[in-house]
Design a protein around this ligand. Structure first.
Ligand code: PMP
Length: 400
């Protein structure tokens, strides 16, 4: 039976064990390692202070810890430096920041290109921007395996394209998108490139310089960090193109009643008190992640994922959407409503997600009303899958 050497590092799993609960909704949010909980407790126990403002000792300590997390995030993403990293309340906020901050870059009739599988967070900000500025929102179609159709993309990405916004790893289909090819097409036409790394960053492809995008967004809570924190990486020249969006304390260099002058990135895009503890906690989660053997992690996740796919394939009424490559599988069962199945799984202590997974247009595109998603994390193990399949079989015996 596949064992996870990391399970004991996550105290929530022991709590779940006492409730006979298993957790397979990790693409929505992940449990937290003890190391991160310790960092949060140490910050709060040690005495809090606001960052970047006061000169007193506690403020210097909080600011130092906060800025050190920026350094850790920059290293983890292989960004050129900490000034390329802006903290936001989440990936959603990061993408909204871009859609407002870049608004002036667009002229009516120009194009923003996305794909058919985007999460609402990487669709609606661009859809609304397109409406505000009279732009065309171009949607790249998918092949049946869930990968963007590159032949179609070659025809659709053109001289009118000003921005490509694409998810790295689909939260529904679990497929990696061909970023090198897509980003090259966008660059060839001088378009900005935005990668939604909310899922991809969790599974080892978090080198932003290797990806080569202008902007990369992710959420702390999915990489085992606290919620309420997001990261927006940007190339230095890309940040310089962004106008300030939200205004308030600490993002301003000088202000008068009628005029003001603002800091560049990162501080200029972090108006108001940031999520200080959350940012410090994220740094601790990344330290924890980076202290693990990446090959062991990849092998564990791949073995578990293969076992998930094999188990689903062995059940003839189950149909998996697309051809998932990493971490998750989203499926429908012939003659069974996804909500009924999720309810029965939930009653048996199995936490999965059912519905349209914040990607309603994708479900329309696939002609499916909704589906059940099982998503894995480093702490899941073979016993979790045995419990899941047992619960699935019991549920299907009732429902079919
Ligand atoms: N993009 C993708 C692909 C996601 O899976 C999610 C979270 N489900 C988001 C963006 C938005 O992340 P958050 O809700 O943390 O802002």
């Amino acid at each position: 039976m596949l064992h996870s050497p990391w399970r004991a590092d996550f105290p929530a799993l022991a709590a779940f064990d006492t409730e006979h609960q298993i957790y397979l909704d990790n693409a929505a949010t992940a449990q937290k390692p003890q190391a991160m909980l310790d960092a949060l407790a140490a910050y709060y126990h040690g005495g809090v202070a606001n960052v970047h403002r006061a000169g007193h000792g506690p403020a210097a300590r909080a600011t130092g810890a906060f800025e050190f997390s920026r350094v850790k995030v920059a290293r983890w993403l292989n960004a050129p430096g900490p000034a390329n990293i802006v903290f936001t309340p989440g990936a959603t906020s990061a993408l909204n920041l871009l859609a407002y901050g870049l608004e002036h870059e667009f002229k009516p009739g120009e194009q923003i290109v996305i794909s058919a599988l985007e999460h609402h967070a990487n669709l609606l900000p661009w859809q609304r921007l397109a409406e505000r500025r009279g732009l065309q929102l171009v949607v790249l179609p998918l092949l049946t395996n869930g990968v963007v159709d590159l032949d179609a993309a070659r025809l659709l990405i053109g001289p009118g394209t000003r921005l490509l916004a694409i998810s790295q790893l689909s939260n529904v289909l679990g497929v990696w998108q061909p970023l090198p090819e897509l980003l090259a097409m966008a660059r060839q036409h001088g378009a900005l490139t935005v990668v939604d790394g909310a899922q991809g960053a969790v599974h080892g492809r978090n080198d932003v310089q290797a990806i080569g995008c202008d902007f990369y967004a992710l959420s702390s809570h999915k990489v085992y960090g606290p919620d309420g924190v997001g990261v927006l990486y940007g190339k230095t020249d890309a940040w310089a193109r962004l106008r300030h969006w939200q205004f308030g304390g600490e993002m301003v260099r000088a202000a008068d009643y009628h005029t003001a002058d603002f800091h560049p990135a990162p501080l200029g895009f972090e108006a108001g008190t940031p999520p200080i503890a959350g940012v410090i906690g994220l740094g601790a989660s990344l330290d924890y992640l980076q202290s693990q053997d990446p090959n062991a992690l990849n092998t564990h996740e791949a073995t578990l994922h293969a076992a998930l796919l094999n188990g689903l394939a062995a059940r003839p009424t189950v149909r998996v959407l697309g051809q998932p490559q990493t971490a998750l599988a989203t499926f429908v069962v012939k003659g069974v409503h996804h909500a009924d199945l999720a309810t029965l799984l939930s009653e048996q202590g199995v936490a999965v997600r059912a519905g349209q997974h914040c990607a309603m247009p994708l479900f329309k595109h696939l002609g499916v009303a909704g589906a059940v998603r099982v998503s894995l994390a480093m702490y899941n193990d073979g016993a979790d899958l045995v419990r899941f399949f047992d619960a699935l079989d019991q549920s299907l015996a009732v429902l079919t």
